[in-house]
Design a protein around this ligand. Structure first.
Ligand code: DGY
Length: 323
């Protein structure tokens, strides 16, 4: 794929690169790497991509017309160390005939597990409970204090029933969930039948779910899809969980829904921006558990991401997204 003397720029973290690039160097290509855990500055990226044949990036790099123009006509493939590729403009790649590599499936289990953890932590108010135990707020045993919501006999609504959404339902089922609903761009019988989950319009999902779990990709269609229109239809006892992308949520609307008691609580693994400023209003709410983006990162998923790198560069056909 990369003939001798082809230059490849790998913009990735030091810790990831030290594991991966020795393997890449057995390919006949030269590699330039951004050697830091901090994201590569935009100006550096634009300067260094000129004349490269392949670009390996993280989701911190926005790969748009400006970067592709700076790279020039030699660029043949962009690969991202991520499952989501909303930071890459498919339209611009397509125009230039550039192919895209990504890492589908490396994190399905990891994200599903953390989604369940976040759902339980949010619905049973675990972060608040830790806080109250530490700060002395827990004075004496009070029978009705800090009750949360349980999953038994509940209805769970999945927004986006792909691999991760289905993996979440498999993990939630043993908790005694009564009904799974899902909303998507269309029915997904391949995923839904064995759960089983019922395909419903988003409005119906909002009205009937005790828990809404967002697992969809960020696309122009899903940008801001979780806004007042959704929150205003939800039960005031409902829990909202997002482990997909911050961009699917209108955060101002979510804040209002949490403050006004339109919904009971939210658990967020992803926000817009990331990191969320430490003085952000969402951090001030007791009924919002916003964590650093952590769902993707188990030891196993990280090893799987790294394992993908060699096929990406040695045989990009293995993991190409058709642009
Ligand atoms: O897309 C991915 O790989 C993950 O969301 C990283 O957080």
């Amino acid at each position: 794929i990369f003939p001798v003397k082809t230059s490849l720029v790998g913009f990735t973290s030091h810790s990831h690169g030290s594991d991966t690039f020795p393997r890449l160097s057995s390919c006949s290509c030269s590699i330039e790497q951004w050697d830091s855990d901090e994201p590569v500055p935009r100006s550096e990226l634009l300067a260094k991509v000129a004349g490269i044949r392949g670009l390996y990036c993280l989701l911190t790099e926005k790969i748009d017309a400006e970067v592709l123009d700076a790279a020039g006509p030699s660029l043949q493939v962009v690969s991202t160390m991520s499952v989501g590729y909303d930071h890459v403009s498919l339209e611009e790649l397509k125009k230039r005939g550039i192919r895209l590599g990504y890492t589908p499936d490396v994190l399905t289990e990891a994200v599903a597990e953390l989604t369940v953890a976040l759902l339980l932590a949010t619905s049973r108010r675990l972060l608040e409970a830790v806080h109250e135990a530490k700060n002395g707020g827990w004075g004496t045993w009070k029978p009705l204090w800090m009750c949360g919501y349980g999953l038994t006999d509940s209805t769970v609504g999945i927004l986006g029933l792909g691999r991760i959404g289905a993996a979440v339902t498999a993990r939630l089922k043993p908790f005694g969930v009564k009904r799974f609903l899902y909303a998507d761009t269309g029915p997904r019988p391949d995923m839904a039948t064995k759960i089983p989950a019922e395909f419903v319009p988003l409005e119906e999902l909002a009205r009937h779910s005790d828990f809404i779990v967002v697992c969809c990709a960020l696309t122009p269609e899903t940008q801001g899809i979780c806004g007042n229109g959704l929150f205003s239809l939800m039960k005031d006892t409902a829990i909202f969980i997002n482990t997909s992308r911050g961009g699917v949520v209108n955060q101002e609307d979510l804040y209002q829904a949490l403050v006004n008691g339109q919904i009971a609580a939210a658990g967020l693994d992803v926000t817009e921006p990331e990191p969320l400023p430490t003085d952000h209003p969402l951090f001030k709410l007791k009924n919002c558990a916003a964590i650093r983006r952590a769902a993707w990162g188990s030891e196993d998923s990280r090893a799987a991401y790294t394992g993908y790198c060699q096929p990406i560069f040695k045989g990009v056909e293995l993991c190409l997204h058709e642009t």
